[in-house]
Write a protein that binds this ligand. Structure first.
Ligand SMILES: Nc1ncnc2c1ncn2[C@@H]1O[C@H](COP(=O)(O)OP(=O)(O)O)[C@@H](O)[C@H]1O
Ligand SMILES: [Mg+2]
Length: 261
């Protein structure tokens, strides 16, 4: 079980863009948390900060009480292995087979090149890859090239790949933004089923309010890099949610005004 503690996190990019400002929250083991916010509100920056792929300007991120900034490279690798990531654009290797893509999810545990790994991966990992594929309902497509799959299937392959690392925490950055509503629901249902059956923690960025309401037990919202609210889903009124819509209008207004319109 993994716990995440973000304390007064700020991020200013070298070009002066403030992406996060004084953001603090905790994610406890077993929670299903949804992060909402408009484009550019800092959601992806927050995720990259949590995995230490983004240098923090100030503040701290603790995983199981340990500040990640002070971890050695080796320890950071071990922490990252415990965090499974799902992205909007799947990040598959499209000219390789579905099976190979899933197998590569175990690369973090091997110290070889991709090519060598592909040919010499031990039998137990190959079997595990098939099990992971089976879990997402795609074992029958194992030998198909990844680029011959639909978007929804590609995301399911990405989920199977992530399962290879036996993650404890899943960070999903707009996992259904590239999918049509039906495929999107299927991917959300699958992800949530897996989270439940393995008692994982999930922290998921979404931009569809209706989907967020349906799946999130707790909602965090970012507005211009600041935490707008952090509440259990059942305590969130339409009025609270409208704060986010207002932000959009305010941002629109500001950009119109800037343009002199
Ligand atoms: N590498 C970068 N350099 C400069 N600014 C960036 C960089 N990455 C993101 N930003 C800016 O930081 C803000 C937050 O971006 P991001 O975290 O991608 O937001 P979101 O994921 O909510 O759309 C935006 O204004 C974006 O343009
Ligand atoms: Mg983003």
């Amino acid at each position: 079980m993994i716990s995440l503690d973000v304390a007064q996190l700020s991020k200013v990019y070298p070009d002066g863009t403030t992406a996060l400002k004084d953001v603090s929250f905790q994610v406890n083991p077993g929670e299903a948390v949804v992060l909402l916010g408009h484009n550019g509100s800092g959601k992806s920056t927050l995720f990259r900060s949590i995995t230490n792929f983004e240098q923090l300007t100030s503040g701290e991120v603790f995983i199981d009480g340990e500040p990640i900034q002070s971890l050695s490279k080796r320890k950071m690798r071990l922490v990252r292995k415990r965090i499974g990531m799902v992205f909007q654009d799947f990040n598959l290797i499209y000219n390789l087979s579905v099976f190979q893509n899933v197998l590569f999810g175990a690369m973090g545990q091997a110290k070889t090149s991709l090519h060598t790994f592909n040919w010499f991966a031990p039998k137990n990992l190959r079997m595990k890859a098939m099990e992971c594929l089976d879990r997402v309902g795609l074992a029958h497509l194992a030998n198909r090239r990844a680029d011959a799959l639909s978007g929804g299937q590609q995301q399911r392959v990405a989920i199977a790949r992530m399962l290879m690392q036996d993650p404890e925490l899943i960070l999903a950055d707009e996992p259904i933004a590239s999918l049509d509503p039906k495929a999107g629901r299927e991917v959300m249902d699958l992800l949530w089923e897996i989270v439940r059956e393995r008692a994982l923690t999930v922290f998921c960025i979404l931009h569809q309010m209706d989907v967020a309401k349906e799946y999130g037990e707790r909602i965090l919202a970012l507005k211009n890099g600041r935490l707008l609210f952090d509440r259990p889903m059942q305590e969130i009124s339409d009025e609270t949610l409208s704060l986010l819509y207002e932000q959009k209008d305010a941002a629109k207004l500001a950009s119109y005004e800037e343009a002199g319109a």
